[in-house]
Write a protein that binds this ligand. Sequence first.
Ligand code: PMP
Length: 451
Amino acid sequence: MNVQPNSMEARDKAYHLHSYTNARALEKDGALVMDRGEGIYVYDTNGKQYIEGMAGLWSVGVGFGENRLVEAAAKQMAKLPYYHTFTARAHGPSIELAEKLIQMAPVPMSKAYFTNSGSEANDTAVKMVWYRSNALGKPEKKKIISRIKGYHGVTVASASLTGLPNNHRSFDLPIAGVFHTSCPHYRAFKLEGEDEAAFVARCVKELEDLIIKEGPETVAAFIGEPVMGAGGVIVPPAGYWDAIQKILKKYDILLIADEVICGFGRTGNMFGTTTYEMQPDIMTLSKQISSSYQPISALLINENVYQPLADESAKIGTFGHGVTAAGHPVASAVALENIAIIEERDLVGNVKALAPKFQGRIKALESHPLVIEGRGVGLIGAIELKPRDGFAAGQLGSKLFSIMVEKGLISRAIGDSLAFCPPMIITEAQVDTIFDTVEASLDVLQKQLSA
Ligand code: PMP
């Protein structure tokens, strides 16, 4: 990148430490600085247009430049820019949003609780589970099981739940009491000759073995994304969630559905919980709840969780948890308007309608000599590149990512998988443009490799 002194790029290098970035590489190469967005497109400070094939971080469902959200924020900002929900206080937007979320919930839920990020929501879920076990007089029932390659965030508890090495390495994580069971990625982890049903049975047996080894009376909850996102877009095989849930029921273990990516339409239903017929006790929501125009997240908890929690708070005198900006009125107002847009424009219907085309184009890329697998559901998917001699894991993925950026398409490289999760307002023609660009980029990479 040709960086001018005093440019945004230069100032960014000088002052800004980035998330999920190699800080030394950034000192040298700088960042891609975005300036504005419109629909499925974003524009950098040089005016170059990109398709945001990842909807930012799997999150800008209604697309960029949605004026209704700007107006909702401005209106609330002028009326009551801030208030909190501690010590029995409330305000209109938080009440309306809580009511709306409980009404929308795909399984019976009792209360909504607000936080600001997916990580905070999942940390809160862990604390609620611990608090509940104490309330029930089962102080030994505290262990939480998550999955290898699951992604649940980066704060101390949620990073522990996350099953990816980069979130643990050098951070001294995971914390005690968090365990990771197998990842349901059939193609990657199946044994030779093992069909999908046998693979599912083995995943479930591994979970049950872990529960028995740890002692069922010590295991409180299992957390999982309906479809794994940041671990590489891993779609569970048929029957997986059903079989997992039978084991959880058998040992009285709560299910936490991390709907941070799947929630609000991504898989072709309003919630991934519906797509995979899950019966969670807790759901964590964020990202598309506000299309990320404002930071906000929420937990929905059922009676099974709420009742003991309420008892314990009465015993202690308070539920000693909460963050300053939780249920922020501006963020809540934006979330409400965003959900109204998703419903009015039937964006879930759009996801459903475009899914065959989107998934068909991904699957078709399996015939490309560089691609080992195309996978996904709804409007979320990934292609994975074949491993190749002389290239470390992730190297080819990062090369392909750069070629696509050059061509004006932003995806996300997860090792050698490239993920796609565009705004849900996307059109059929735009889906074709994305995958025409992916195809052309794969051909460029192929040429580079054979040169
Ligand atoms: N859960 C899932 C499934 C996620 O994808 C993410 C973010 N990518 C999180 C939790 C954490 O959310 P946040 O980055 O807002 O803390």
